[in-house]
Design a protein around this ligand. Structure first.
Ligand SMILES: Cc1cc2nc3c(=O)[nH]c(=O)nc-3n(C[C@H](O)[C@H](O)[C@H](O)COP(=O)(O)OP(=O)(O)OC[C@H]3O[C@@H](n4cnc5c(N)ncnc54)[C@H](O)[C@@H]3O)c2cc1C
Ligand code: FES
Length: 266
C-alpha cells in the first residue's frame, strides 16, 4: 500500500536555477514541508512567478528531495516553463505538493527497470535514489541533448543504457529497443523485471504492451495536462479498468499519475 502524504501550499524560495543543456533546467527550492514528505513519482504544482495571477499552475515531477531542499528538472516548452527558467535565487515560489500517488517500491525478487523519455527521467532518478538497491535504467530521447541525468544512476549501482533517435548518443532508435533487449536478457538469466516508466504517451503505451507480453508488471506515470492538480476539476481524467472488468474515469492528478499498465484503457 502506498502511504498518503499531506499536501501543502508552501511558499518556497529559489536556492538556485541552472541550465543543464539545451532548453533544460534544474531548479532547487527551499521547501522543508514538501521535501519532508515527498516520495518518488509524486509531483508539485507550481505557481510560476512572472505570469499573471490568474494563470494556471504548472505540474512538475519531483526530481529530488533531501533535507529542506526540493529539486525539479524541466524543459522549456511554452510560456510557463519559459517564465520559470527566468526566476532568480531568493525569489518566493508558491508550490502545492507533494501531489499524486507516486511509484510503489519495487517488489522483492524483481529487477527494477526504469524507462525514461526526456524529462521523464526526473522521477526515476528520485526512485533510484530512494530504492537503494541497483537496477537498470534505460533513457531515450530524440537527440543527445535530450539525455538527462544519466550520471545520477551509476553511483547508485544502476546500469544505464541510452538510445537516441538520431544516433548521436548510445543505440540508434527508440528506448523501447533497449527495453526489448533488456527483457530478453533478464529472461535468459531467469530474472523477472518490474518496470517503472515516465515519458511521452506513445512510449508509455509501447512499454505497457511489452510488459504485458513479458508477463512483467509496469508502472506508468502519465503525462496529462492539468488544471487544479488536486482532483477537483476532472480536467485530467483517464479511463481505468478495475479488477472485475468494469471501467471508471480516474483523475490522473489525484488517483495517479502512476497507474499499473494493465489497468489503463488507452
Ligand atoms: C504529473 C506531471 C509531471 C510532469 N513533470 C515534468 C517534469 O518533471 N519536467 C518537465 O519539464 N515537465 C513536466 N511535466 C510537463 C509540464 O507540466 C509541462 O511541460 C508544462 O506545464 C508546460 O507549461 P508551459 O506553459 O511551458 O507550456 P504551454 O504553453 O502550456 O504548452 C506548450 C507546449 O507544451 C505542451 N504541453 C503542455 N503541457 C504538457 C504536458 N503535461 N505534457 C506534454 N505536453 C504538454 C502543449 O501541448 C504545447 O505544445 C509534467 C506534467 C505532469 C502532468
Ligand atoms: S487537474 Fe483537476 S482533477 Fe486533475
Amino acid at each position: 500500500m502506498r502511504k498518503k502524504s499531506d499536501c501543502c501550499d508552501e511558499k518556497t524560495k529559489v536556492l538556485s536555477i541552472s541550465p543543464i543543456g539545451e532548453g533544460y533546467w534544474t531548479l532547487r527550492l527551499r521547501a522543508p514541508q514538501i521535501a519532508g514528505q515527498a516520495r518518488p513519482g509524486q509531483f508539485v504544482h507550481i505557481r510560476v512567478p512572472g505570469l499573471e495571477a490568474s494563470a494556471l499552475r504548472r505540474p512538475f515531477s519531483i526530481y529530488g528531495a533531501e533535507g529542506d531542499e526540493l529539486r525539479i528538472l524541466f524543459k522549456v516548452v511554452g510560456r510557463g516553463s519559459e517564465a520559470l527558467s527566468r526566476v532568480q535565487a531568493g525569489v518566493a515560489v508558491p508550490v502545492l505538493g507533494p501531489l499524486g500517488n507516486g511509484f510503489p517500491k519495487p517488489a522483492k525478487g524483481t529487477v527494477p527497470v526504469c524507462v525514461a523519455g526526456g524529462y521523464g527521467v526526473a522521477p526515476l532518478s528520485f526512485l533510484a535514489k530512494r530504492t537503494g538497491a541497483g537496477g537498470i535504467t534505460l533513457i531515450g530521447g530524440r537527440t543527445a541533448a535530450d539525455i538527462l541525468a544519466a550520471a545520477d544512476f551509476e553511483p547508485l549501482g544502476w546500469t544505464v543504457k541510452v538510445a537516441t533517435q538520431d544516433g548521436s548518443l548510445g543505440t540508434k532508435g527508440l528506448v523501447t529497443v533497449l527495453l526489448e533487449e533488456t527483457l530478453g536478457q533478464l529472461r535468459e538469466e531467469g530474472k523477472k523485471a518490474e518496470i517503472f516508466a515516465c515519458g511521452p504517451t506513445g512510449m508509455l503505451r509501447a512499454v505497457g504492451a511489452m510488459a504485458e507480453t513479458e508477463g512483467s508488471r509496469a508502472w506508468l506515470s502519465l503525462d496529462e495536462r492539468m488544471v487544479c492538480g488536486v482532483g477537483a476539476c476532472l480536467g485530467c481524467v483517464q479511463k481505468i479498468r478495475r479488477e472485475d472488468g468494469s471501467e471508471y474515469l480516474a483523475r490522473v492528478c489525484k488517483d495517479g499519475p502512476v497507474f499499473e499498465s494493465r489497468t489503463i484503457v488507452w
